[in-house]
Design a protein around this ligand. Structure first.
Ligand SMILES: NC(=O)c1ccc[n+]([C@@H]2O[C@H](COP(=O)([O-])OP(=O)(O)OC[C@H]3O[C@@H](n4cnc5c(N)ncnc54)[C@H](OP(=O)(O)O)[C@@H]3O)[C@@H](O)[C@H]2O)c1
Length: 335
């Protein structure tokens, strides 16, 4: 994104769900020059007549009139495309989106896990990575709730100082809290380690981490999934950043370290469990599946992450249900 006059940044937000809808509402309410892309012309028409509203943390905001259309209806070029679909859809439409970028344009992706890196490998330097610590839900199309005072953290996919990340942050900062980092890989892996362990294992067990880690099998599966993912990060040359808890368990202090993880994340209902409950496709291929794929490429053993990925696919297909007994099966795997 090269435009220096922030009023002239031609911006397209793609995916007007929980996160994209929250950002789009706050941007449109602030008078920012954003256009919105939805999956179908029908859903775009509905938003055009209803407008957008957000409530919750950060205060209420509304935009009665928004420029919105189905993605394929756009023929224009944009300086900034903010990609806020789920991971699979991001991969599916990325090529199309690259043709919607103006010269020097930026595609900012904010999905968890390996998405930004995969898109960078396909599309190159146009891709800027991001992570959302902002939590949001969609009450119904056009109506969103911001759940926390979080921010979007953005930076270059392979790390390094970035003038364009600063510009994008200044622009989007008109809508939501933005931060930049020269170490996006470290931040992405810090979150990925927790998603691979705290979140996915909780979803498989149908329990919070505090519940499942109290059993020997739950504790064992957590330790092995986390250690494998950490080994993959380090083998790939990334040291995960510290978030609330040090990402590398200190030697000889494992129990105290687990307690700190529990204190920070032990009572969160796993978002993947909500995907199971709603019969929605999960993002497992970009979380444990991504770790398993990278592990194979780097020669790091990843049996638990591979088995977790398969298990989640079976739960998605309704062949199995989330149950703590699943963790006994995983713990019995050799490794
Ligand atoms: N929500 C959060 O609090 C949060 C926090 C951190 C990270 N994230 C990450 O942010 C990403 C988005 O999450 P979300 O919760 O906002 O998901 P979501 O509510 O499912 O929103 C995704 C939106 O993308 C739309 N979409 C799908 N394919 C499209 C296409 N081809 N063209 C245009 N729009 C399309 C979907 O429309 P349809 O309904 O028509 O399919 C849906 O409205 C995920 O990767 C998630 O992991 C979310």
């Amino acid at each position: 994104m090269q435009v220096t006059d922030l009023d002239r940044v031609r911006t397209l937000i793609v995916g007007i769900g929980a996160l994209g809808g929250t950002i789009a509402t706050r941007a449109a309410a602030a008078g920012m020059p954003v256009r919105l892309a939805m999956r179908t012309a029908e859903s775009a028409r509905a938003i055009r007549s209803s407008g957008l509203r957000v409530s919750g943390v950060g205060g209420p905001a509304a935009a009665a009139s928004v420029e919105v259309a189905a993605l394929e209806e756009y023929a224009d070029r944009f300086d900034l495309v903010l990609l806020a679909t789920k991971a699979h859809e991001a991969l599916e439409i990325s090529q199309l989106l690259s043709h919607r970028l103006a010269a020097g344009g930026t595609l900012l992706c904010i999905q968890n896990g390996g998405v930004a890196k995969m898109l960078f490998d396909r599309l190159g330097e146009v891709v800027l990575g991001g992570l959302s610590n902002l939590g949001a839900t969609m009450v119904e199309p056009g109506v969103y709730e911001q759940r926390n005072a979080g921010h979007l953290l953005i930076g270059e996919v392979n790390g390094g100082a970035s003038e364009r990340a600063e510009r994008v942050a200044r622009f989007l900062g008109g809508a939501i809290e933005m931060r930049t980092t020269p170490d996006l890989p470290g931040a992405v892996w810090a979150k990925l380690l927790l998603n691979c362990s705290v979140t996915t294992i909780g979803a498989i067990a149908g329990r919070t981490m505090r519940h499942y880690v109290a059993t020997p099998a739950g504790r064992e599966v957590f330790r092995r999934a986390y250690d494998e993912a950490l080994a993959v990060a380090l083998a790939g040359g990334t040291r995960p950043q510290r978030m609330i808890v040090d990402p590398i368990p200190p030697e000889g202090e494992y129990d105290a370290w687990i307690d700190r993880v529990l204190e920070a994340y032990g009572d969160i209902k796993p978002s993947m469990l909500q995907d199971f409950e709603r019969g929605r496709r999960t993002e497992i291929d970009f979380i444990n599946g991504y770790v398993a794929q990278l592990g194979r490429e780097l020669g790091v053993a990843v049996p638990i992450n591979a088995a977790i990925t398969d298990l989640v696919h079976r739960i998605e297909r309704r062949e199995l249900q989330p149950d703590p007994a699943r963790l006994d099966e995983l713990a019995r795997l050799g490794g």
